[in-house]
Design a protein around this ligand. Structure first.
Ligand code: SF4
Length: 534
């Protein structure tokens, strides 16, 4: 196996025997084979589109298949085998419709009949190719960014939001990175175009979430527990949460969020449920301890699942998530999880662990834009820091806690995604009644952050890069790659990235990013604050 798609990759280079995430060599090979099979399918999907033929079943499958290979989504070999076979079935059906005839290996590949044969085929299409390192780096950047795009496009589609331009980009990019005649400039452009496709996918998801559940409003969320039976919902899927709330209503169960589900408390059509109580635990990498201690059922709706050996009988998966031996609720009937929660002890007593505020997405923040602009003009607000992105287990992430603690009291901190768990419960006070720490939402709410920045730039009649705004981001998995590409596509400069730079970025590719965007690694909180604030 050769996998270097996430930040915790072994030795900062690549996982080659077993994933640090728990991915086996077998699953890694099957994932590589699935990507290969989907590239063959994309060739025909792209050819069909050129003839005006679009096929939503195929586009949906392509997103699901690519999303399944994102870090910490699916560890179940059987599910990958099914998807590999389905990719070839769909490819053959489209071949007939498109009238095209491709002869490259991905387009004529036939899956082996057994697991051993499939694994051998997977090894033969490993991502560790012998290409020029910079070409490989740019192809991997696009492929990993595509995994993020596919994730957001899939979430948006679940909520009824689709746009063929996103699917068209995925087809084009998956087939372009198959070719060996594409040079560095074209691959740089393809990677930046991935950022554009991701912006569209996040916009669709924003429309899906706010259209279905309303615009988030500032909401206080308890971090303790309420005596009684309990269900914990983790992942990123708001629709799954709504179904769980509906199906568990009136059963004497309190529903808690975990990890990236925290911002769900701010959505009017989710917070209306009386048994939607509070937030339990912190970021994804602490789940082994936190889930093991949770006295109820746990439902994992999307990434980021970790080895659940210690609580196999109380955890359930939904959607594209999978772990061998864990009960999968593929039909959105959450009865088994509800029954499990009723059979488990639940919390023995009420506990108070304080609370946090959520719900400061674009609508809420822009609702007080006049006050914010006034505060900047009066010099009550000196600077905005966007400190967001993924959390992770590797050392070095205390940087983000220390940074937020050291940001001066006349500066605002905007945050999003699970990186916030490094400081989300800090009491930073307010500036003229505006809380200094504003939680914009999940990682996909980077869309909301972009809208806030664009609106502020409009109000100050300047470019986003001229705002008193610094972006200090943390990355872990491939949705963060897609978001970074979106920011670069928008021409955002001076982004600081940590805790380490991606292993798949070569020095030459990094140079391109530095020269064009002044992308830089984080240093120390003191040095970075000095450089930003002077
Ligand atoms: S997803 Fe990350 S931890 Fe898992 S195998 Fe790949 S690089 Fe390693």
């Amino acid at each position: 196996m050769f996998c270097q798609q996430c930040e915790q990759t072994a030795k900062g280079i690549a996982c080659t025997t077993m994933g640090v995430c728990g991915k086996t060599e077998e699953v890694a090979d099957l994932q590589d084979l699935l990507i290969h099979a989907v590239q063959g399918l994309c060739l025909y999907s792209d050819a069909a589109r050129q003839k005006g033929i679009t096929d939503s079943t195929t586009s949906l499958f392509i997103c699901e298949a690519i999303f399944s290979t994102l870090t910490n989504v699916n560890f179940d070999p059987d599910r990958f085998i099914n998807m590999i076979n389905k990719a070839v079935e769909l490819r053959e059906a489209l071949k007939a419709k498109s009238g095209a005839n491709f002869t490259v290996p991905a387009a004529v590949f036939t899956p082996a009949a057994d697991l051993a044969g499939l694994i051998e085929q997977g090894k033969a299409v490993s991502l560790n190719t012998s290409e020029n390192e910079d070409i490989k780096s740019l192809k991997h950047t696009t492929l990993f960014g595509l995994k993020g795009v596919a994730a957001y496009a899939d979430h948006a589609r679940i909520l009824g939001q689709e746009d063929d331009s996103v699917y068209a980009y995925i087809d084009k990019a998956m087939t372009t990175i198959l070719r060996d005649d594409v040079e560095v400039p074209a691959l740089v452009a393809l990677a930046l175009e991935c950022g554009a496709a991701n912006l569209k996918a996040m916009e669709l998801l924003d429309a899906g979430n706010t259209g279905r559940f309303g615009h988030p409003v500032p909401t206080e969320v308890p971090l303790g527990a309420k005596k009684g039976k309990a269900i914990l919902v983790s992942g990123h899927d708001l629709l799954d949460l709504e179904l769980i709330l509906q199906q568990s209503e009136g059963k004497g169960i309190n529903v808690y969020t975990h990890g990236e589900m925290l911002p769900c408390h701010g959505y009017p059509d989710l917070k209306k449920y009386g048994h939607f109580y509070g937030h339990y635990g912190t970021a994804w990498q602490n789940q082994k301890k936190e889930f093991a201690e949770f006295p109820g059922a746990v439902i994992m709706t999307t990434n980021c699942i970790q080895d659940p050996k210690a609580y196999m009988d109380s955890i359930f998966t939904s959607g594209l998530v999978g772990w061998p031996g864990v009960a999968h609720l593929g039909d959105k009937d959450f009865t088994p999880a509800i029954d499990k929660a009723l059979a488990m002890p639940g919390f023995a007593e009420d506990t108070d662990k304080g609370s946090v505020m959520v719900g400061f997405a674009r609508n809420a923040v822009l609702g007080v834009a006049g006050k914010v602009i006034e505060a900047v003009k009066n010099k009550d607000i000196r600077h905005f820091f966007l400190v967001g992105g993924c959390d992770g287990a590797k050392p070095g992430r205390n940087y983000y806690t220390e940074l937020v603690e050291k940001i001066p009291a006349d500066c605002m901190v905007l945050t999003l995604a699970c990186g916030k768990f490094r400081f989300f419960d800090k009491k930073l006070g307010d500036i003229g009644g505006i809380p200094r720490l504003l939680d914009i939402g999940q990682c996909n709410d980077a869309y909301s952050a972009i809208q806030i920045a664009v609106a502020l730039a409009g109000a100050f009649e300047c470019e986003v890069n001229e705002l008193p705004l610094s972006m200090i981001l943390s990355w872990y998995e491939q949705k963060a790659v897609a978001i970074l590409l979106t920011l670069l596509h928008l021409g955002i400069k001076d982004i600081r990235l940590g805790p380490s730079l991606p292993a798949f970025i070569t020095p030459n590719v990094l140079n391109v990013l530095v020269e064009n965007f002044n992308l830089m690694p984080i240093t120390t909180p003191d040095e970075d604050l000095k450089a930003i604030l002077g």
